[in-house]
Design a binder for this molecule. Structure first.
Ligand SMILES: [Fe+2]
Length: 164
């Protein structure tokens, strides 16, 4: 178990901050609304991910934490989880693309959703716990939905020549 979907570059927290930051420079209310809706939903996903981590680790012994590769996290943060990727690298806004250009930002967002989907699939490969799989599968599906919504907006802006 690790925190890649919490503090990793393709995690939910980065997604929420990316969209809620980009929303201001979308050219119309349709774009501002979509970025706000999805950014807010991603914050809900942060809560789901953190809840799952806490439920998995709350009663773990030190030995179990060590076996799960969480010894460094325990040394530094005790029972808390922290906003890092799976290598322990702290979350950074350097991973958040934001150009002020709606087509460039929406392209970034589509790529981010695909990377989040792939990460969820990798996490699903590593567990056979049905409760974890159900949550991960739900979150994976939401990434597919977000990709489609961003693509629709991208195509709409492209068709309306928003950058010209
Ligand atoms: Fe998403």
């Amino acid at each position: 178990m690790h925190f890649s979907e919490y503090g990793g570059p393709y995690g939910e927290l980065s997604a929420a901050l990316r969209y809620l930051n980009q929303r201001y420079t979308m050219p119309d209310n349709r774009g501002k609304a979509l970025l706000t809706d999805i950014g807010t939903e991603e914050l809900g996903h942060v809560e789901m991910i953190c809840t799952m981590y806490y439920q998995l680790t709350a009663t773990a012994t030190i030995e179990e934490l060590k076996e799960a590769g969480l010894c460094c996290n325990y040394a530094q943060h005790g029972g808390e989880i922290f906003m890092t990727d799976c290598n322990g690298v702290p979350m950074t806004t350097a991973n958040i693309g934001a150009t002020g250009d709606p087509l460039a930002d929406l392209s970034e967002d589509m790529a981010a959703e695909e990377k989040a989907r792939a990460t969820y699939e990798h996490l699903m490969d590593m567990t056979d716990d049905p409760d974890c799989l159900a949550v991960l599968a739900y979150l994976r599906t939401r990434e597919l939905v977000h990709f489609t919504r961003f693509k629709e907006l991208y195509d709409y802006y492209k068709g309306n020549n928003v950058n010209e």
